[in-house]
Write a protein that binds this ligand. Structure first.
Ligand SMILES: C[S@@+](CC[C@H](N)C(=O)[O-])C[C@H]1O[C@@H](n2cnc3c(N)ncnc32)[C@H](O)[C@@H]1O
Length: 255
């Protein structure tokens, strides 16, 4: 799910846009209303949730309840590159937007295959989805919070934190990254952006991150069933220099 950039209106481009982001038709008008100043950020989150929550809750399998339409093989193709973005020594991992908790389960298993031990945590803006995650993953029930990650201060920080930039309105990307680096990612830890779908020869998401003052320390990509698209991810090191960039976007905060 990515709200920016807009799919171009040329024939054939819609297939690519659809492959990149299922649901953009429903979400684009919400972006438009926000950009026009017709709704607040809180109303933007509520409107996006209004689209996502019923679709996920109606899913008849764990992947659909996390917003993925493929089978288990495709789920792994689409998500397992996250293993390459984890710290080699593992540690605590926070899935922002954990939905029903399926990525917490899957990534823990895939990382273990690569001899990386992670302790998964989750935060989810939807009360119903967070409840579902706690029910599905009772062993982690006390590690799954209901909150909007934008502005949320967890009880402790995490060695690796995964998010999408599209979890906030476009004009808040820099503020969001700054907030996560200041309050959610351990000093020296990794902020992981992805997985997102993007044309193989473009770097729109990396450019977006750079425009917020951050240079990815590492990237990963995997083939998509659509030849022009790839699954991609990247991570930012939570160092003092990334804090300087964060301060520029958000004002100084505690490291
Ligand atoms: C596409 S699903 C991701 C599921 C799983 N983490 C994955 O990567 O496959 C996005 C989830 O993020 C949640 N979400 C979106 N914005 C959020 C925010 N600001 N704070 C917390 N959760 C958010 C949505 O409700 C949704 O459940």
């Amino acid at each position: 799910m990515h709200l920016t950039p807009r799919p171009p209106g040329t024939p054939g481009a819609e297939d690519i846009a659809s492959a990149k982001e299922r649901g953009w038709r429903d979400l684009a008008p919400i972006d438009d209303a926000y950009q026009a100043g017709e709704i607040t950020a809180a109303e933007w989150h509520a409107a996006v949730l209004n689209v996502i929550e019923p679709a996920y809750l109606n899913g008849d399998n764990p992947r659909a309840q996390s917003g993925h339409s493929g089978d288990e093989t495709r789920w792994r193709e689409a998500r397992s590159l996250l293993v390459d973005l984890l710290p080699p020594d593992g540690g605590t991992f926070l899935d922002i937007g954990c939905a029903n908790g399926h990525l917490m389960e899957s990534l823990t298993a895939w990382a273990a295959e690569a001899r990386i031990a992670i302790e998964p945590y989750g935060v989810e803006i939807s009360t119903a989805l967070a409840d579902l995650a706690r029910t599905r993953c009772p062993q982690w029930a006390d590690r799954i919070w209901t909150a909007n990650a934008m502005g949320w201060k967890p009880p402790h920080r995490f060695d690796a934190v995964r998010t999408g930039l599209d979890y906030v309105p476009a004009d808040l990307h820099g503020t969001y990254v700054a907030h996560l680096l200041h309050h959610v990612v351990t000093p020296g830890g990794r902020l992981i952006i992805g997985v997102y779908n993007e044309e193989r020869d473009r770097s729109t998401m990396q450019d977006l991150l750079r425009s917020c003052g951050h240079i990815p320390a590492g990237t990963a990509r995997a083939d998509h069933r659509h030849a022009e698209i790839q699954y991609k991810g990247m991570w930012v090191a939570n160092t003092r220099s990334s804090q300087v960039a964060a301060d520029a976007a958000d004002g100084p905060g505690a490291f």
